[in-house]
Ligand binder design. Structure first.
Ligand code: FMN
Length: 448
């Protein structure tokens, strides 16, 4: 159901929406003040009731994650906010940082209080220059006003917020690689366990949350967790509230839109995205960043045995509400909820080739299946688009991707394998055409 909201995006249209004055004029910082007057448990309870599924891609429940932090700790605790945003097709966090940075700062104050931390690090991809400038300015303004520092709002709970920049490696968005990078080490993922809540930044208990997850927390405290959750039509699926939906690729009006959870792909592509470029037919969509399996335009929902899916069974996947559980159940993934749209003019072979050049380049090389597998896949795809690949190599693509899956330290490997597995299976004919005719029968030339 298309229900636009403006909790995070209320300031987007205003040229000065990023300033403290504008933020406070719309009620900004009253929620952090309120939270610091509550108990820590009460704050976490509200966040749990809100059923915020982590907006960074994995969709873990935010309130539950906060409960993993120790109640008492001899070591300092930290909040780390993930604003690396390197997933192809994803540009929602940057929009928040540029246009509503005070929501992030306010979210950090509440988040720190909720997990027992006194410092938050916001890890921002270095090339997002305006994002950094806006965050630095917002932190300065909040500090000058006494909202950050030793006594925020006169309350004896010191909070500091720092911006740390990364150097633009996709792997540094993975939470433990991010922690290594934050500490000045090489950005390689760590083994888990121990999880960050046990051993995180600088060996101390840490919660890593996506930037959007943190930015929406003030809204949750303001309206109450239950009320926030009920905005969503997927509360039955433990997926509450409102979130940012992105759409890019072959649509007329790409962008970021804020809506209640429960929006469908059809609404995202045709209502918010303005429909397909040139009024062409929709070929396929990658629902939430490039690491999610591609979905064909004519896929049908079929989830027997779960009464929650009764309204959707037999219908197009385009009419299934976008949620963490709903898309998992149909063999898809919601990811960052930023859809990449492919029109009938797109060549899926070239689109996969393009994506796999990215994954090969970004693999950190720590795990053999990922390091070697991504390179091997890219080489086969190189041959395929040049017209020299064999049918056996087509099958090898599937085998290599399957062997990467589940065999690496972090989820990068699975994220690289998903596009291969889904593209080769769902566009088998187009891939075989490249083997048989060197791609000459393909008249389509657009890459996503
Ligand atoms: C290769 C890779 C890249 C990732 N990049 C990001 C990212 O840029 N931003 C982000 O928030 N999460 C990213 N994640 C997910 C994080 O590891 C982590 O799950 C997330 O920051 C947790 O926040 P959330 O629970 O609020 O979603 C990435 C994961 C992987 C495997």
């Amino acid at each position: 159901m298309l229900q636009k909201t403006t909790f995070l995006s209320h300031s987007y249209a205003k040229p000065d929406g990023h300033t403290l004055a504008a933020y406070e004029a719309s009620g900004g910082y009253t929620n952090a003040r309120k939270a610091l007057g509550m108990t820590r448990d009460a704050v976490v309870d509200e966040v749990k009731k809100a059923k915020i599924r982590g907006r960074g891609g994995a969709g873990f429940d935010c309130g539950t994650k906060w409960t993993f932090m120790p109640k008492e700790s001899k070591k300092p605790c930290y909040l780390v906010v993930n604003a690396d945003e390197g997933e192809p097709g994803t540009f929602k966090d940057r929009t928040i940082m540029e246009r509503n940075p005070h929501a992030v700062v306010e979210g950090c104050i509440i988040g720190c209080f909720g997990i027992g931390a006194h410092a938050a690090y916001i890890y921002v991809r270095d090339e997002l220059h305006l994002s950094k400038e806006r965050l630095w300015a917002a932190i300065e303004e909040a500090r000058a006003k006494g909202y950050l520092g030793p006594k925020p709002f006169g309350i004896d709970y010191p909070v500091e917020v720092y911006v740390q920049t990364g150097a633009g490696a996709y792997i540094c968005g993975e939470e433990t690689a991010l922690l290594n990078s934050l500490e000045g080490r090489r950005g390689e993922p760590r083994y888990k366990p121990p999880f960050p809540a046990q051993v995180g930044a600088f060996g101390c208990p840490t919660t890593v949350n996506n930037l959007e997850t943190i930015a929406v927390v003030p809204t949750v405290i303001g309206m109450g967790g239950d009320a926030f959750c009920r905005l969503s039509s997927l509360a039955l699926f433990n997926d509450g509230g409102a979130r940012l939906f992105g759409v890019s690729g072959h649509v007329k009006t790409p962008g970021v839109f804020e809506c209640a959870v429960g929006l469908t792909l059809r609404e995202l592509i045709y209502d918010l995205g303005g429909g397909i470029l040139g009024d062409k037919q929709l070929l396929a969509v990658i629902p939430g960043g490039s690491s999610c399996p591609v979905m064909l335009a004519d896929e049908i929902v079929n989830v027997p045995g779960d009464p929650r899916f009764e309204p959707y069974n037999g219908k197009s996947v385009l009419d299934l509400p976008l949620g963490v559980e709903t898309f998992r159940a149909v063999g898809g993934m919601l990811g960052t909820c930023c859809a990449i749209v492919l029109s009938e003019d797109a060549d899926p072979v070239l689109a996969l080739h393009n994506l796999m050049r990215f994954y090969r380049h970004e693999s950190c090389g720590q795990c053999t299946p990922c390091r070697e597998g991504c390179g091997w896949i890219e080489r086969i795809l190189d041959k395929l688009v040049e017209g020299h690949a064999t049918m056996d190599e087509l099958d090898q693509l599937h085998r290599i991707a399957s062997d990467i899956t589940g065999n690496t330290i972090c989820a990068f490997g699975d994220g690289a394998a998903q596009p291969v597995l889904s593209f080769v299976r769902k566009f088998r004919k187009q891939f075989e055409d490249y083997v048989l005719t060197g791609g000459k029968s393909q008249t389509k030339k657009l890459v996503a």
